[in-house]
Design a protein around this ligand. Structure first.
Ligand code: TRP
Length: 341
C-alpha cells in the first residue's frame, strides 16, 4: 500500500463528531471543565465539527445586542480554549442556512407526541409560562438537523441532552426506512472525562451559566480577583477534613474542580490536601483556576480586539461546514420528491 492510499484508508475510518453550545449566558468554569476543555484534543481521533448554536438561543427572549455579543464571545472563547480552526470545523450555526431548512423538513418526520415527551420542553415551559413558543417545542428537531446534516457518528452531550439525541435517532431511522439510507444514525455520548461541576454557593445545584448565581458560578472570563473571591466564599461543610464523600458536597465539588484543573485523580487531590485546613485548600483551588483560565482570557481578549479577523474565521468555518451540509440537504430534497433544477 503506498502512502497516499494508506492515508485515505485511515481517514475513511475516522468517525465524525458533532457538538454545539448555545450562546446564552456567560460560559462558566463548569462549561469549561465539563466539555470545552476536551474539545480541542478530540481532533486527534475524530473529524470534529463544533457549532455555536445561535438559532437555538432565540427560543427564550433575548435582546439583539445580547445575542450578538454572546455569539461572538462564545465563538472567540472556543478558539481561545484551543480549538484549531485548521484542524476542526468551527462555525456559527445560522451561517449555514441548511440547518433551518433541514429543520423544517424533519418537522414532517417527527411526531407531535414524541416532541411533547421531551423533558427539557416541559421544564422550560413550566419555568417560562408566558413564552411557550413553537420554537421551544421544535428545538430538538433543529438539533436533529444540526447533527444529521453532517452525518455525525458521535454526539458528545451532557445528560440533559441525551433525550434529544434519542429523538434525533428516531427521526433519522424513520427517514431512512421510509426512503432509503440517507442519514448516519448517531450515538449520543456522555463523555467519561468531563467533570460535573456544581455551584460554589449551592453545591447541590449545577454551576449554571444563565441562572442568577453570581457568587456560585465562576466565569471563564472572570478577573483573577473575582475568581479568588468566589472560591474563598465557597460553601464547605462542618468537619475539617478535605475528603470527597456524599455528605460533603461542597468539599467534594472543590476537589472535583481541583482534580479536573490539574488533570489528576480525586484520590491524588485528597492526598495533596491531607494536612490542609479548608481555608488553605480553597485558596489553592482558586489559584489553580486562576492559572488555568489566565491564558484563555488573554487569548480571548486578543481575539476580541479584531472583529474583522474573527468574522473571517467564522466565514471560513461556515464555508467548510456548508460543503458537507448542502450535500446532505440536496439528497434529502431529492428523496422526498422536490423538483431540483
Ligand atoms: N441543545 C444543546 C444544549 O443546550 C446545544 C445543541 C444544539 C447541540 N445543537 C446541538 C448539542 C447538536 C449537540 C448536537 O446544550
Amino acid at each position: 500500500m503506498n502512502e497516499q492510499v494508506a492515508l485515505q484508508v485511515n481517514s475513511e475510518k475516522r468517525k465524525r463528531v458533532f457538538s454545539a453550545i448555545k450562546p446564552t449566558g456567560n460560559p462558566t468554569l463548569g462549561n469549561y471543565l465539563g466539555a470545552m476543555k476536551y474539545w480541542p484534543r478530540m481532533c486527534e481521533t475524530y473529524d470534529c465539527l463544533y457549532a455555536v448554536a445561535d438559532l437555538h438561543a432565540i427560543t427564550v427572549a433575548i435582546k439583539p445586542k445580547d445575542l450578538r455579543e454572546n455569539s461572538k464571545r462564545l465563538f472567540a472563547l472556543l478558539l481561545a480554549v484551543g480549538i484549531d480552526p485548521e484542524k476542526n470545523i468551527l462555525f456559527m450555526q445560522s451561517h449555514v442556512t441548511a440547518h433551518a431548512e433541514l429543520g423544517w423538513l424533519l418537522n414532517n418526520y417527527t411526531m407531535f407526541g414524541e416532541a411533547s415527551r421531551m423533558t427539557q420542553f416541559k421544564d422550560k415551559s413550566r419555568k417560562n409560562p408566558e413564552n411557550v413558543n413553537v420554537g421551544l417545542f421544535d428545538y430538538p428537531v433543529l438539533m436533529a438537523a444540526d447533527i444529521l446534516l453532517y452525518q455525525a457518528d458521535i454526539v458528545p452531550v451532557g445528560e440533559d441532552q441525551m433525550q434529544h439525541v434519542e429523538l434525533c435517532r428516531t427521526v433519522a431511522n424513520r427517514f431512512n426506512n421510509r426512503y432509503s439510507p440517507t442519514f448516519t444514525v448517531p450515538v449520543g455520548k456522555i463523555p467519561d472525562y468531563g467533570a460535573r461541576i456544581h455551584s460554589l454557593s449551592d453545591p447541590t445545584a449545577k454551576m449554571g451559566k444563565s441562572e442568577g448565581d453570581a457568587d456560585g458560578a465562576v466565569l471563564i472570563l472572570d478577573r483573577p480577583e473575582d475568581i479568588m473571591r468566589k472560591f474563598k466564599r465557597a460553601v464547605t461543610d462542618c468537619d475539617t477534613k478535605v475528603h470527597a464523600c456524599k455528605d460533603k458536597p461542597g468539599i467534594t465539588n472543590l476537589l472535583t474542580i481541583y482534580a479536573s484543573l490539574c488533570d489528576i485523580s480525586i484520590d491524588k487531590a485528597e492526598r495533596e490536601f491531607e494536612n490542609s485546613d479548608y481555608a488553605a485548600f480553597k485558596l489553592r483551588v482558586g489559584e489553580a483556576a486562576v492559572e488555568t483560565l489566565r491564558p484563555i482570557r488573554e487569548k480571548y481578549e486578543a481575539l476580541r480586539k479584531d472583529d474583522k479577523a474573527l468574522g473571517e474565521i467564522m466565514k471560513q468555518g461556515a464555508e467548510k461546514a456548508a460543503r458537507s451540509a448542502y450535500r446532505t440537504l440536496e439528497k434529502v430534497y431529492k428523496k422526498i420528491g422536490f423538483v431540483r433544477v
